[in-house]
Design a protein around this ligand. Structure first.
Ligand code: GLY
Length: 395
């Protein structure tokens, strides 16, 4: 071995021992296997969706599949988004046609200014479609959705308003300008829009929102509040509450997942170390929590009172797995191992539905909102979406 080769070998092993990242070939094989396994079930769900002509969201208490998309529903983008991922993996045109058919069901919702979830909805569907096909009409849909979304931005607060408070259950809480941690998930579309159009106005809103959330949403232990309510005239924080968690001071599992995913995405677009640090801190909170079960699929709230007799939330685990796979790319730490462990759990009989069962959804055992008595221990289309996304990312 000449000294140049020796140096290369030294560098190779030094890098390996620093990063200590797991073997990727096995991960790729597992991911490919996992994706192949979900196709028969997804085909059955697709058949149901075509029959109903709407988008499957979950299973009702009476056992029937709940379909959405006619009126705005924050989950309507996930089913076409799942189909786009499967199209990307298989190149089968039936998935592309289905994604287009179902996303067109809600295309008019791009003009809504009454909801903050436009980023979720349109980025996962038309955004994914634009990435895969380059269809300029999809880009215009994204631009329209982005222009609607940024109308909810208040520069005094520095955030996009999550919920309107004039009607519904939100009207009963006394909030003025509620911002939920979930709202971090709407920023990806805004960053993407600035990259696509060259207009910085979208990413300026996203950065302001992320910075304000960084300042006000996190506790000393790096868990996050669900809702921070602001005074829209002064920008002062009114209260820090929960809506879907067990208590105002508890750590709602999916909220932690949204924060982890959201700040990882912010780092992707900005390379701002503050965002990366926050994502790492959230990952540590999640992975080291004493109430995290050994299969790494959390209870619906880390502080739920009857643990271990509380429902698990597979949707939170799927979001976390997908986020960790991306976070792993940006760090020396090994986040791929916990991500693959989560995926292994979700791919086991405990969570992955047998083909033909579970109203044809892919994953079992998620929680929508226990305080609202909604979707408790049910399949959810976004659990399926992030599971398929995580497998696709791993591959
Ligand atoms: N964004 C709503 C939820 O996570 O339930």
């Amino acid at each position: 071995m000449n000294h140049k080769t020796a140096l290369l070998v030294f560098v190779f092993f030094t890098v390996l021992s620093c990063t200590n990242k797991p073997d990727t070939n096995q991960n790729v094989a597992n991911a490919e296997n996992g994706l192949q396994k979900v196709l028969p079930q997804l085909d059955l769900l697709l058949h149901d969706a075509y029959q109903a002509e709407w988008i499957p969201r979950t299973v009702e208490e009476n056992g029937e599949t709940r379909f959405v998309g006619k009126n705005f529903d924050w989950t309507e983008g996930f089913f076409p988004g799942t189909l786009w991922y499967v199209y990307a993996s298989t190149n089968e045109t039936k998935y592309k046609e289905a994604a287009e058919y179902f996303q067109n069901k809600f295309i008019e919702h791009r003009h809504l200014t009454t909801n903050h979830d436009l980023g979720f909805v349109f980025n996962d569907s038309f955004g994914a479609g634009y990435q895969l096909t380059g269809n300029e009409e999809y880009k215009q849909v994204l631009i329209d959705a982005g222009n609607s979304l940024i109308q909810r931005f208040n520069s005094t607060v520095g955030c996009i308003k999550s919920w309107d408070t004039e009607r519904g259950w939100q009207a009963k809480r006394g909030w003025q300008f509620p911002v939920i941690i979930d709202n971090m998930m709407n920023l990806e579309m805004l960053f993407e829009l600035s990259a696509l159009t060259g207009d910085d106005k979208y990413k300026e809103v996203a950065i302001s929102h992320a910075n304000t959330t960084l300042k006000n949403h996190f506790r000393a232990d790096n868990s996050s509040y669900h809702v921070v309510d602001y005074n829209p005239e002064t920008g002062a924080v009114n209260v820090k509450h929960t809506a879907q968690g067990f208590a105002h001071e508890s750590a709602w599992a999916r909220g932690q997942a949204w924060g982890l995913y959201g700040f990882t995405v912010c780092y992707r677009y900005t390379r701002d170390a503050n965002y990366l640090n926050q994502a790492k801190k959230i990952a540590e909170f999640y992975l080291r929590h004493q109430n995290l079960p050994t299969d790494l699929v959390p209870y619906w709230d880390f502080n739920a009172p009857q643990i271990p007799n509380e429902p698990r939330d597979a949707s939170a685990a799927a979001i976390v797995a997908s986020a960790l796979i991306e976070l792993d790319e940006y760090t020396e730490e090994d986040y791929l191992t916990p991500a693959t462990e989560i995926l292994k759990s979700l791919s086991s009989d405990a969570y992955l539905a047998e083909t033909g069962t579970n109203n044809h959804f892919i994953l079992k055992h998620s929680v929508g909102s226990i305080p609202h008595g909604a979707e408790i221990d049910k399949p959810l289309n976004y659990a399926d979406y992030y599971y398929v996304e995580a497998l696709t990312r791993l591959k």
